[in-house]
Write a protein that binds this ligand. Structure first.
Ligand SMILES: *[C@@H]1O[C@H](CO)[C@@H](O)[C@H](O)[C@H]1NC(C)=O
Ligand SMILES: *[C@@H]1O[C@H](CO)[C@@H](O)[C@H](O)[C@H]1NC(C)=O
Ligand SMILES: *[C@@H]1O[C@H](CO)[C@@H](O)[C@H](O)[C@H]1NC(C)=O
Ligand SMILES: *[C@@H]1O[C@H](CO)[C@@H](O)[C@H](O)[C@H]1NC(C)=O
Ligand SMILES: *[C@@H]1O[C@H](CO)[C@@H](O)[C@H](O)[C@H]1NC(C)=O
Length: 231
């Protein structure tokens, strides 16, 4: 389990029982989020084709609850942070009035399940870069918390790489299939040869009663394998 440190204060370990409970929480995969926590999810990086519409995900979490939570999205435009949108969430579940400062941006999270995601419509190459989801909860003495999501705008999704991978995969697969086929063929050949040998031995042993054994042998062989008809 990966513990995200984005916007989370390092834990201050108090008395032993507290440390134990912290460790227990880690083991359970639940970090005690005393503070506000902004999260863009497990995937913090995304590739999208120019002209497409993408969602920049962000949610917040705070176990002490929120009141007048200020949040915004910022775009790192070559070093300077540009505000994309911002708003204040009065309390949990309230749909905020979001001010939009950038074109083709739509607020879609609607604070539903602490969701403050935005949509970027018809992205251009200029839209590529780092987007910071920022939050500040007055309940926490105005500490800043943020998470960064990186958008990479590409001309087309890496089809070439996939093709190469497919070629390699099919080449490897083909080679394995060929090898297996070869081994099967070899085994089959050896099998047939051994059978022929066997038959020859049998023929040598039972050379006296040719008529009966010959029919019986060829009959049983025909069931299992297409063996040569000649003796
Ligand atoms: C993406 O950009 C290229 C080059 O600027 C352009 O030719 C293409 O039409 C664009 N694609 C979309 C879907 O806008
Ligand atoms: C970013 O800034 C550098 C230096 O200020 C400048 O040379 C470069 O052209 C800028 N890039 C963009 C995409 O604005
Ligand atoms: C996105 O592009 C489509 C097709 O070009 C257009 O109809 C739509 O209005 C655009 N949306 C925005 C938000 O610019
Ligand atoms: C946030 O809301 C958007 C739009 O309704 C939705 O697509 C997305 O899955 C939501 N994200 C989370 C983490 O709930
Ligand atoms: C929090 O961010 C604001 C800008 O939004 C900044 O002015 C302030 O100094 C930051 N506070 C801390 C403690 O980093």
């Amino acid at each position: 389990m990966e513990v995200q440190w984005v916007g989370v204060n390092p834990p201050r370990l108090g008395p032993p029982h507290q440390a134990i409970s912290v460790i227990f929480s880690i083991l359970l995969g639940m970090w005690p989020s005393q503070a506000l926590e902004m999260s863009v999810g497990k995937t913090t990086h995304m590739e999208a084709v120019n002209g497409s519409t993408v969602m920049l995900p962000c949610t917040y979490a705070s176990c002490i609850g929120i009141k007048n939570l200020y949040f915004n999205w910022q775009f790192n435009d070559n070093g300077t942070m540009q505000k994309v949108c911002d708003s204040v969430i009065a309390s949990e579940g309230v749909v905020p009035q979001v001010k939009i400062y950038r074109e083709r941006v739509e607020f879609v999270g609607m604070n539903d399940n602490n969701n403050i995601s935005i949509l970027l419509w018809n992205i251009t190459f200029e839209d590529g870069g780092e987007y910071t989801c920022f939050g500040r909860n007055p309940k926490e003495k105005f500490k800043n918390h943020s998470a960064v999501f990186t958008l990479v705008v590409v001309d087309e999704l890496k089809v070439v790489d996939n093709t190469v991978a497919t070629i390699i995969a099919s080449a490897v697969g083909g080679a394995i299939a060929l090898l297996m086929g070869f081994m099967l063929l070899k085994n089959f050949t050896l099998f047939v040869l051994s059978k022929l040998e066997e038959k020859n031995k049998e023929c040598l042993v039972t050379s006296s009663g040719i008529d009966n054994t010959e029919n019986g042998l060829s009959g049983s062989k025909a069931d299992s394998k297409p063996t040569p008809k000649k003796k």
